[in-house]
Design a protein. Structure first.
Ligand code: ATP
Ligand code: MG
Length: 356
């Protein structure tokens, strides 16, 4: 198959880990007889440096012409002085909005060989393998009004949690589709005892469920979900929730696996052009030091192969290589203990390619 992949490395360790994804994809293309064309665009701080804005129109154009998008990370202290509307993060928010990337999918899997790195007991981590589906383009982060008022904006402030029924339906549908291909269980997280938007969410979940007789639907209040995620995380298969609840719960869940450097994600649109990125950020504290763990980015590439291109075998090959290398005890610094000799980013990339 011939596929064009837009690579947006962004800032900080984004550049270093993107290199790993590209090298791994190049080997996969050779092994399986595909042709991957990599195009590259500026986003975030590096776009501000070179073009004055965090999402230049040519980057958007490049994305629209691709079959799938890969993003490293955006941001860093260098751009702290930029006005709010020109921050690196704005580039990513604008990209999500422009491309209709409404569903953020974050698999959370506890690797058996990494459980020593988790602050949780082995018995809690046993069988942890779930997916968080977070709504990404609505809710409190985008609702209007969002403003301050009173003397110079000092006296009151408002944000608005707004959803249309259709927005809620499409994210719940994404969750049921996902559950149908997994263990057939959806946990819908809301605050229906307090919020009107949550009551609409709950009703919509029941309506969508009617189309999936084999999938079990459970409703859970967000405060309880926050507790259950650390008390008994193995109970979950697919957890679906609105934008801000999802933001908070997915960071909470990431702690289960031991390192941010292990977690991939995808952001899905309705038109088939999806984006894949690691859950971690630009990690300014280690940027440029060849220390970053490239596995979250490489596992994001595997998600792309499977979801965007239907390349199941190819995706499995990448995931197998990651498992193989971890099982052999090879680790980057974020997963190494004090006395170990951690691999550099480049060395880890080489190990994965070797394992393919
Ligand atoms: P940003 O604002 O871009 O999110 P941040 O300062 O919040 O930047 P993160 O990237 O979120 O930094 O990382 C949080 C911590 O986890 C940092 O100490 C970072 O070094 C570490 N970390 C994140 N990703 C990785 C990785 N891939 N490999 C190793 N360490 C990582
Ligand atoms: Mg961060």
């Amino acid at each position: 198959m011939k596929k064009t992949i837009a690579m947006l490395p962004g800032d900080g360790i984004g550049k270093e880990v993107m290199q790993g994804a590209q090298e791994v994809l190049t080997v996969i293309a050779e092994q399986f007889g595909h042709e991957f064309i990599f195009t590259s665009g500026l986003i975030g701080g590096s776009a501000i440096d070179q073009r004055g804005i965090p999402l230049p129109p040519e980057t958007l154009e490049l994305c629209r012409n691709a079959d799938a998008l890969m993003l490293g990370a955006v941001g860093g202290p260098k751009w702290d002085g930029e006005p709010p509307e020109n921050r690196p993060e704005r580039g990513l928010l604008a990209l999500r909005k422009e491309l209709g990337l409404y569903a953020n999918i974050r698999p959370v899997k506890a690797y058996e060989c990494l459980t020593d790195h988790s602050p949780f007991k082995k018995s809690v981590l046993d069988g942890v393998d779930f997916v968080i589906v977070r709504e990404l383009t609505g809710g409190l982060y985008f609702g209007k009004p969002s403003e301050r008022s009173g003397k110079g904006g000092a006296e009151s402030a408002v944000d608005t949690l707004f959803y249309t029924k259709e927005e809620v339906r499409r994210i719940l549908t994404a969750a049921f589709e996902m559950a149908a291909s997994r263990r057939n269980k959806v946990t819908s997280v809301d605050k229906a005892n307090v919020l009107e938007s949550s009551r609409m969410w709950r009703e919509t979940a029941e309506e969508v469920k009617a189309g999936y007789p084999d999938v079990e639907l459970e409703h859970m209040l967000v405060d309880n979900a926050a507790m259950q995620l650390i008390k008994n995380p193995a109970q979950f298969d697919v957890l679906v929730t609105e934008n801000m609840f999802g933001d908070i719960l997915s960071d909470e869940a990431s702690v289960l696996t031991g390192s941010l450097g292990m977690l991939p994600s995808s952001s899905l649109s309705l038109n088939g052009l999806h984006l894949y990125e690691p859950v971690h950020g630009s990690a300014p504290d280690i940027a440029g030091e060849n220390k970053a763990n490239p596995l979250a980015m490489i596992l994001s590439a595997a998600m792309m192969l499977r979801t965007s291109f239907g390349m199941e075998e190819e995706a499995n090959a990448v995931e197998r290589a990651v498992q193989l290398v971890l099982d052999a005890g090879k680790r980057t610094g974020d997963l190494a203990f004090e006395n170990d000799h951690p691999l550099t980013t480049d060395e880890m990339i080489a190990e994965i390619k070797e394992g393919l």
